[in-house]
Design a protein around this ligand. Structure first.
Ligand code: NAI
Ligand code: MG
Length: 400
């Protein structure tokens, strides 16, 4: 019997392409796992009215570990129109399967490492005073609270009377009191102390384990006094357990400015859901963007790993596929770290690093080409060729 069982959920579009490439790499690195397939995505919305069928939820419950590609989701009218005719008008509502998964399994800790690989033509560069340029080595790991805050779904247009009545108890509501409820849209931002503590603790632990010097809380406590204020307050308390690590605090807006001034200064960054979403995409842009952005969604019991990118439908049908599999490879490496297979994870990252640094094999996004079938003729590697190059660099597994 294999040591690990992984629920693989390729999903839609390029999700299928990159996941199968990651499995080749996991096999080449000697990861002792068996894989069970989990249905997920648009096809299942259309045919069953549920993009995350119950049987897939059960598989995750049982095996606790998921590797996910990407899904397609579409706006409400398109979702309704594409539903199988036998299901239409029966009250089915589309919910994003990844958001549902995060809520169902309380995958409240989202980790998004953003590290630049030497030689990546997509790395951020900065002008120097003498007219030259320099390339800061970015190594930031964003810890995003994944289940609360602005994305908890607690919102209304035309709020019901009890909500209006509750809001009316706040003196600041006075200026909205004359607006008719149909013209009022409200999205709430709820933080809970336990969730703040969990994301902060996870960030500090990671910093300690991986030798980062600082943890930065990236919020906006001068304006969002209650929610960001709670995160800051808890950060100070938890920091007492990690005296060797510096605790910094930035405002999300200022952080976007520091991003291009001194991104190399930051290590672990902790933020709520919305600001974590923003700051992680921003840092990902400095190190190559979607083709390089990996993430893990981690709960107490279940963990699901996924590249940050979506299903890129316009590239899904290309043969050979051209998309960058590196985000998915780095995602697989995060999964290996999570289960304690650090050596294998490191070998994958080193293999990626050496292919990127050599610069002989580059997929289209690394050549700054617009994705199209002709990129191969223009010298871009296909998805398979990039994977082959990475596998060739993996070296011989350490003897066990
Ligand atoms: P997307 O991430 O699928 O693609 C945006 C663009 O980024 C692509 O057109 C392509 O130029 C580039 N790109 C993405 N992945 C790449 C890769 N591995 N290599 C090279 N280039 C890559 O986002 P988009 O176009 O906004 O959404 C497409 C579909 O994906 C939508 O249905 C959306 O809802 C869904 N989506 C799903 C996500 C998920 O599964 N977690 C996340 C984001 C979007
Ligand atoms: Mg995002």
């Amino acid at each position: 019997m294999a040591k690990y069982t992984v629920v693989t959920m390729p999903g839609d579009g390029i999700g299928e392409v990159v996941l199968s490439e990651a499995l080749r790499v996991l096999e080449a690195v000697g990861f002792d796992a068996e894989y069970v397939h989990g249905d997920i995505g648009w096809e299942f919305w259309k045919s069953e009215g549920n993009a995350l069928p119950e049987r897939t939820v059960r598989l995750l419950e049982e095996h606790k570990l998921g590797l996910f590609g990407a899904i397609t989701s579409k706006p409400k009218p398109a979702a309704a129109a594409e539903l199988d005719s036998s299901l239409m008008g029966k009250g089915y509502t589309y919910y994003s399967p990844i958001v549902t998964m995060r809520q169902l399994f309380n995958l409240d800790i989202c980790i998004r490492p953003c590290r630049s690989f030497k030689g990546n033509p997509l790395n951020f560069i900065r002008r120097t005073a003498d007219g030259g340029f320099e390339e800061p080595a970015v190594d930031a790991v964003i810890f995003r609270q994944n289940t609360e805050g602005m994305y908890a779904g607690l919102e209304w247009t035309n709020p019901p009377e009890p909500v209006l009545a509750a809001l009316a108890t706040h003196p600041k509501f006075e200026k909205f009191a004359d607006t008719s409820p149909e013209d009022l849209a409200i999205s709430t931002r709820v933080f809970t102390r336990p969730a703040c503590r969990r994301i902060l603790r996870a960030g500090f632990e990671y910093a300690r384990k991986h030798g980062y010097e600082s943890v930065t809380v990236c919020e906006k406590p001068n304006v969002l006094r209650e929610t960001s204020g709670m995160m800051e307050e808890e950060a100070k308390a938890i920091h007492e357990d990690y005296p060797e690590i510096q605790l910094w605090s930035t405002n999300i807006d200022a952080q976007m400015m520091w991003l291009t001034k001194n991104p190399e200064a930051y290590g672990v960054i902790v933020a709520g859901n919305l600001f974590g979403d923003i700051v992680s995409d921003a840092f990902a842009g400095l190190v190559g963007g979607l083709g390089f952005a990996a993430s893990g969604n981690i709960g107490d019991d279940v963990a699901v790993f996924e590249p940050t990118h979506g299903s890129a439908p316009k590239y899904a049908e290309l043969d050979p596929p051209i998309v960058n599999p590196i985000a998915m490879m780095l995602t697989a490496a995060m999964m290996l770290d999570h289960v304690g297979e650090m050596d294998a994870a490191k070998r994958i990252r080193q293999a990626v690093a050496s292919v990127v640094e050599e610069g002989r094999v580059r997929v289209y996004d690394m050549m700054r080409l617009v994705g199209a079938p002709d990129v191969i003729a223009r010298g871009a590697a296909s998805t398979h060729e990039m994977t082959d190059a990475i596998i060739a660099k993996l070296g011989v597994p350490a003897a066990v």
